[in-house]
Design a protein around this ligand. Structure first.
Ligand SMILES: *[C@@H]1O[C@H](CO)[C@@H](O)[C@H](O)[C@H]1NC(C)=O
Ligand SMILES: *[C@@H]1O[C@H](CO)[C@@H](O)[C@H](O)[C@H]1NC(C)=O
Ligand SMILES: *[C@@H]1O[C@H](CO)[C@@H](O)[C@H](O)[C@H]1NC(C)=O
Ligand SMILES: *[C@@H]1O[C@H](CO)[C@@H](O)[C@H](O)[C@H]1NC(C)=O
Ligand SMILES: *[C@@H]1O[C@H](CO)[C@@H](O)[C@H](O)[C@H]1NC(C)=O
Length: 360
């Protein structure tokens, strides 16, 4: 049960966190950073919300949705200390509530009686089915010995990620296809950093909570219209078919993301809102009318999934701080919410909060 819940949540966040890798282009050659030699070499994704003494400070922390073991040693002690010293730890969603996953599951489903086979154009449905059959076939080869050693089975993993796909709304199937890459499959089973922090917070007996509800993350995705969704699904399949056929480079973008996170490279394009969490459809070789659709989808997502969510998150952070001024809070959200235009930091500063980046 715990395992299934973990996977469900991993899926949810992989789909929704602005730092997820889909938007990044593989052709931008990214510099590597050296492993930090000392604490003073490390950069942080930690910001302090200053309060007038004797009120204690609170913290904003940018997480990343990759296995925590890949980044933990690069996180400076000062960030870990802020986490340990905060009695209240708040995330985007309430990860400790089993309802979180069941609500998400129902939000992703088509209305009763509908399924993708009848909904999608025949050709698109066939390509989707062929691609998922391929993934299912590859799953045992993609899995690592370590995953098998921990009792994960390929069938179980496939079902946990893609089971019941014919009943899902096409926008969710599109996101699911995007997350079914070899790299993503190989990293399943190790808690991602945000989940790890939630588990640690629970283990340490902290008060945990969330600033968003599942519906608030989920509903905007269901707001694209049918022709936009078909376009997005078609483009996503084209990309993955290209990778399958060897004509497109596979997405190593998660590796790039980890490098940038570990380098603490705040200005990096990869975290920029130009590379938000969704598949990147704006492709200069698209015909003009398709490029227009791509741009409409892109600005819809940016508005609904970044700017609006940043505003809501900032409002709820502010409400919690006002309500419990004597308490120390540690807010752990996807790093993308603290970067770029109209970030949670910008909005809180406009509200009069004094927020400093903790350098080291
Ligand atoms: C979908 O939305 C786009 C952008 O708002 C619009 O141009 C298009 O006509 C809509 N299509 C349908 C089928 O509603
Ligand atoms: C998918 O996209 C390609 C290229 O943009 C286009 O030629 C094709 O007609 C599209 N297929 C569907 C089913 O929309
Ligand atoms: C851009 O779109 C064209 C036509 O749909 C496709 O052949 C090509 O692979 C795409 N390029 C990328 C990087 O997705
Ligand atoms: C906050 O703490 C101070 C001193 O520690 C106390 O005087 C004050 O009543 C507290 N305020 C609230 C709202 O708990
Ligand atoms: C910054 O964000 C706002 C949305 O609140 C948008 O209207 C504006 O165009 C953005 N500016 C840039 C340079 O992206």
């Amino acid at each position: 049960m715990a395992c299934a819940r973990g996977l469900g949540w991993v899926l949810l966040s992989a789909l929704l966190q602005p730092v997820a890798p889909w938007g990044a282009r593989t052709d931008a050659r990214l510099r590597q950073c050296d492993a930090p030699k000392s604490q003073s070499d490390m950069n942080s994704f930690l910001w302090t919300v200053k309060r007038t003494p004797p009120l204690p400070p609170s913290y904003l922390y940018g997480t990343i949705h990759v296995p925590y073991t890949r980044v933990w040693d690069f996180i400076p002690d000062i960030s870990k200390r802020a986490f340990r010293n905060s009695h209240n730890v708040f995330f985007e969603l309430d990860l400790t509530d089993p309802l979180t996953v069941s609500k998400l599951t129902s939000c992703q489903l088509l209305p009763h009686g509908e399924n993708l086979q009848t909904l999608l154009p025949r050709d698109l449905y066939r390509r989707l089915k062929r691609h998922l059959d391929y993934v299912k076939h590859m799953m045992p080869y993609w899995m690592t010995a370590d995953q098998r050693g921990r009792g994960l089975y390929a069938d179980y993993l496939f079902n946990a990620i893609a089971g019941n796909w014919e009943r899902k709304r096409p926008v969710w199937v599109m996101l699911m296809v995007n997350s079914l890459t070899e790299w993503d499959v190989r990293s399943r089973g190790t808690p991602v950093l945000d989940l790890f922090l939630a588990q640690e917070a629970e283990r340490m007996g902290k008060t945990t909570g969330a600033v968003e509800r599942v519906e608030e993350q989920c509903h905007p995705l269901n707001g694209l219209n049918f022709s936009q969704v078909l376009f997005a699904l078609n483009q996503t399949l084209l990309q993955h078919e290209g990778v399958r056929a060897g004509s497109l480079q596979g997405a190593y973008t998660t590796e790039d993301l980890i490098t940038h996170y570990n380098c603490g490279d705040l200005s990096s394009i990869i975290f920029n809102h130009d590379n938000s969490q969704l598949p990147h459809f704006i492709n200069s070789s698209l015909p003009a009318y398709e490029r227009t659709t791509a741009q409409q989808i892109d600005s819809y997502f940016r508005q609904e999934l970044i700017y609006k969510r940043n505003e809501r998150m900032a409002r709820r952070v502010s409400a919690l701080l006002q309500r419990n001024p004597n308490q120390t809070y540690f807010f752990a959200f996807g790093a993308g919410h603290f970067l770029g235009n109209h970030s949670v930091l910008d909005i809180l500063r406009q509200d009069g909060y004094v927020i400093d980046h903790v350098q080291r």
